[in-house]
Ligand binder design. Structure first.
Ligand code: NDP
Length: 277
């Protein structure tokens, strides 16, 4: 097992390094809540923050970063372009607004948030230009299925560095993961804790007891052993701290299989083939 500490990183297909563990901030409110969450995370050694223009908290993320003592070059910031901007062809403007709200002079990873049919290929071409300008270190996608990735790769120059999708023991997505692996696209899990639903799965309860860990720690460890980047969200300091304590134990191969076997294709979020926003 190669991932041994919170400072370990995956190397993306363009050579940029991205931490395996990050802090998700969807629904973390701007102001004290998000600033405290990020300060706690930095104290624990987290260096990656996952936001989006749609979360309406990029200013809060930027403020927390500016107030911290952590050097900018150690921090990895992901943000995303929202669907309305993709549809309207406002990629570059949307990027500039995110950059300004974050108060940064570059972004580490910029993602197309959803595969908006008929528009994502053009948005990707715009992202390629932003990437060439140096204002973003890596570009990628989110919620792309295999056919979306194929369509994108058939008509563009740069292969996405990352595909961030819903992933947890009830939605294991083996084919999509395999496709990403073959094409050197780093797979990244959103809603790794199934927004809390993993806590009532008996097999996960049993593993938590066995290892004297929480259900969240078991599932986040499973992500790492699958070499999946993971970004659990919490606004509670004690949970942010606990969610990072996943580097001192290892699940056995049969336990990995057991968790994989819980897959029943359940989504907590929208289906990327059928969303209406
Ligand atoms: P998660 O699976 O990370 O679950 C978050 C929920 O679990 C929150 O309600 C949190 O509550 C709770 N929680 C966190 N840690 C623990 C713990 N140790 N014990 C008990 N409860 C806990 O869901 P998210 O949907 O937030 O996904 C994570 C991140 O992924 C997002 O924040 C966002 O950055 C990204 N994302 C991306 C999407 C995309 O389309 N690209 C879609 C959705 C999410 P509390 O805060 O009160 O601790």
């Amino acid at each position: 097992m190669s991932i041994q500490s919170i400072s370990d990183k995956t190397t993306l297909n363009n050579g940029v390094q991205m931490p395996w563990l990050g802090l998700g901030v969807f629904e973390s409110r701007e102001g004290g809540e998000i600033e405290n969450a990020i300060h706690t995370a930095f104290e624990q050694g987290y260096r990656s923050i996952d936001t989006a223009s749609f979360y309406y908290n990029e200013r809060g993320v930027g403020k927390a970063i500016q107030e911290s003592n952590v050097p900018r070059k150690e921090i990895f910031v992901t943000t995303k372009i929202w669907n309305d901007d993709v549809r309207a062809g406002r990629t570059k403007q949307a990027f500039e607004i995110s950059l300004e709200k974050l108060g940064l002079d570059y972004i580490d990873l910029y993602l197309i948030h959803w595969p908006v049919g008929g528009h994502f290929v053009q948005a990707w071409k715009d992202l390629e230009e932003i990437y060439q300008s140096g204002l973003v270190k890596a570009i990628g996608v989110s919620n792309f299925m295999v056919h979306h990735l194929q369509e994108l790769m058939d008509s563009s120059e740069i292969i996405p560095t990352v595909n961030q999708v819903e992933f947890h023991p009830r939605l294991v997505q083996p084919k999509l993961r395999q496709f990403c692996k073959e094409n050197k696209i780093q797979f990244e899990a959103w809603s790794p804790l199934m927004r809390g639903e993993i806590f009532s799965i008996p097999q996960i309860n049993d593993l938590a007891k066995k290892y004297n860990k929480t259900e969240a720690q078991i599932v986040l460890r499973w992500d790492l052993q699958h070499e999946v980047v993971t970004i659990p969200k919490s606004a509670k300091p004690e949970r942010i701290i606990a969610n990072a304590q996943i580097f001192d134990f290892e699940l056995k191969p049969e336990e990995m299989d057991l968790l994989d076997g819980l897959d029943n294709a359940t989504r907590t979020g929208p289906d990327p083939n059928n969303f209406n926003f």
